[in-house]
Design a protein around this ligand. Structure first.
Ligand code: AMP
Length: 547
């Protein structure tokens, strides 16, 4: 048995401890992110016991960033991206400027150099991709106007940081030998980077747009599910890595473009499904890796500068973002969501911090403050975000987005049917219920399927039926029947559990695919379970006259 296995040790410790702490956080009704961060502190170098490899954890976390951005790209079109540029570009730039100036102010008070202050300020100005996307996804906002603005804003920040990473070393050397070089020394790297970004976008739009869909269609026709899964991963990771290597853009930007190109093909849904489990596992490792960097002694040694850092990230940046969005005439709810979604720092800040330390311009205290500020702001972010989203749920439905539940609240809803899942099975059920004029409401989690239901004029609540709020929005307390048409029997049993807690008189019919699922559903008290395979067998037998 090999004993020196730091990669395996880091993955296993990261996932196992994150799972335990995430489950405890969930039990305490906290965001699981809090549990993941604490897991990171536990396996980090500042606490006793097992110490995972921080460098490896960081790299693994990058895979999470790539898959997350790829997933967002899948639901984004170039049109969506361009449609938010009018607000995202000035918004991100002004917000970065405000946060950087605030950071430089604090640096001045701390007696750091101008260059140190600039790196510190920039590190406080850029939001974390993972935290922002997780928050938007958790609240089902990625495909709303607000969500698109936030993602567009993030991409602009990402581009500014790519430029900053290239310019900082040049700037540091100009500042060091102030007599020679001058501003001219900055122009070459700036132009070089801009050219590379433009080159990358052009290659993706001209070559990638043809090659990627073609390759994927070819794989689909091989009929191999395994190859398809592999192809999707190869495209996401390959483009991200290749983009970073050849064009010096960030992994996140490369993955976003790969996703956006795949999103234009009808295969985007399957591609999303294939990357989901990996994406979630690696995103968890991101939080673990942040926790690992946190040195708790900073809280005792520099409490006031830490507080000031946190205030800049959470309050200063938010006020700037809120003000800009409002100045562009957007409703308060949009401004608040965007401000809250950007009120943390993350992966780019760490990269900037280590670059600044490497150039010898960032004092060690500043680096520790950035890491601790990231930890605290990521810790606070889910709380602030969910408060704002909850507070504004009502306004949002009535203002900018239109109602999420199309037609769902207009119909008389007593004794109606709730149908969970609008997929292959759910669609057949829905069309028959519609024909027979039976009152029903669909609960569906997949945005594309929700859109299909809306286009068919059917009442639908968008969301996961495992969450009570969506069942309540479908009128579960007044419903008579619940039809659970999701493919996973075990998930169906959990949905049944939630629904029966809200309405004990509900008549439930669930779908299953295996004997084990049927047995589980029956054990959980589901009175009627329909097993697809048995029904198919019975029908085939009937058709050949044996039934
Ligand atoms: P199919 O297997 O084609 O019948 O599709 C099942 C449908 O159920 C898919 O559209 C899923 O998005 C949907 N679905 C699965 N689980 C849930 C859930 N927990 N809440 C809402 N919709 C779900």
């Amino acid at each position: 048995m090999p004993h020196h296995t730091p990669l395996i040790g880091t993955i296993v410790a990261g996932l196992v401890v994150a799972f335990i702490m995430g489950a405890i956080a969930h039990r305490l009704k906290l965001s699981p992110l809090v549990g993941y961060l604490i897991a990171g502190i536990m396996v980090g170098p500042f606490t006793p016991g097992f110490v995972a490899d921080a460098g490896l954890a960081n790299e693994l976390a990058e895979i999470g960033v790539i898959l997350l951005m790829f997933g967002v790209g899948l639901h984004f079109s170039l049109k969506d991206l361009l449609s938010v540029k009018a607000i995202a570009v000035p918004g991100a730039i002004v917000q970065i400027a405000v946060a950087t100036l605030l950071g430089m102010g604090l640096a001045h008070l701390m007696g750091w150099t101008l260059m140190g202050g600039l790196v510190f300020g920039l590190a406080l100005s850029v939001a974390s991709t993972v935290v922002l996307l997780r928050a938007l996804q958790g609240a089902d906002l990625v495909e709303t106007r607000r969500g698109r603005i936030a993602v567009g804003w993030l991409i602009v920040e990402d581009l500014v940081m790519v430029l900053a990473l290239v310019l900082l070393p040049a700037l540091a050397s100009v500042m060091n030998n102030a007599e020679g070089g001058g501003a001219g020394a900055l122009v070459a790297p700036l132009l070089g980077t801009l050219l590379k970004v433009v080159g990358f976008v052009a290659v993706m739009l001209i070559v990638g747009r043809r090659v990627i869909p073609w390759a994927l269609h070819w794989v689909v026709h091989t009929g191999s599910r395994e190859l398809f899964r592999l192809a999707v991963l190869a495209i996401a990771l390959g483009v991200a890595f290749g983009a970073a290597l050849a064009f010096d853009v960030s992994f996140a930007l490369g993955a976003f473009f790969a996703g956006m190109i795949l999103g234009e093909t009808p295969l985007s849904r399957r591609a999303t499904e294939e990357t989901l489990p990996l994406r979630d596992a690696f995103a968890v490792l991101f939080f673990v890796s942040v926790g690992m960097l946190f040195n708790p002694s900073i809280v005792i040694e520099h409490p006031l500068p830490l507080l000031a850092t946190i205030l800049i990230i959470v309050i200063g940046k938010s006020i700037a973002a809120w003000g800009i969005v409002r100045a562009f005439g957007y409703p308060n709810v949009t401004a608040l969501t965007i401000a809250a979604s950007l009120a943390q720092i993350g992966e780019f800040s760490f990269i900037l911090a280590s670059l600044g330390a490497g150039l010898g311009v960032l004092p060690p205290d500043a680096r520790d403050l950035i890491l601790a500020g990231a930890m605290a702001s990521i810790f606070l972010n889910p709380i602030i975000f969910s408060m704002i989203v909850r507070e504004n749920k009502k306004d949002e439905d009535e203002t900018e987005e239109g109602r999420q539940t199309s037609g769902a609240s207009e119909r008389p809803r007593i004794g109606h049917v709730i149908l969970v899942g609008y997929g292959r099975v759910g669609k057949l059920i829905a069309s028959r219920l519609h024909e027979r004029k039976v009152h029903f409401v669909i609960v569906e989690g997949d945005p594309e399927r929700v859109e299909e239901a809306e286009e068919a004029g059917l009442p639908v609540v968008k969301g996961n039926a495992l969450e009570d709020k969506h069942l309540l929005a479908a009128g579960i307390c007044e419903a008579r029947h619940l039809l659970i048409a999701v493919p996973e029997g075990f998930e169906g049993a959990a949905i049944h559990d939630h629904a029966r807690n809200l309405n004990a008189n509900l008549q439930v019919i669930a779908r299953a695919h295996s004997d084990a699922e049927v047995a589980h559903l029956e054990r959980m008290g589901v009175p009627h379970v329909v097993m697809g395979e048995r029904e198919l067998a019975a029908r085939m037998l009937t058709l050949c006259g044996v039934g």
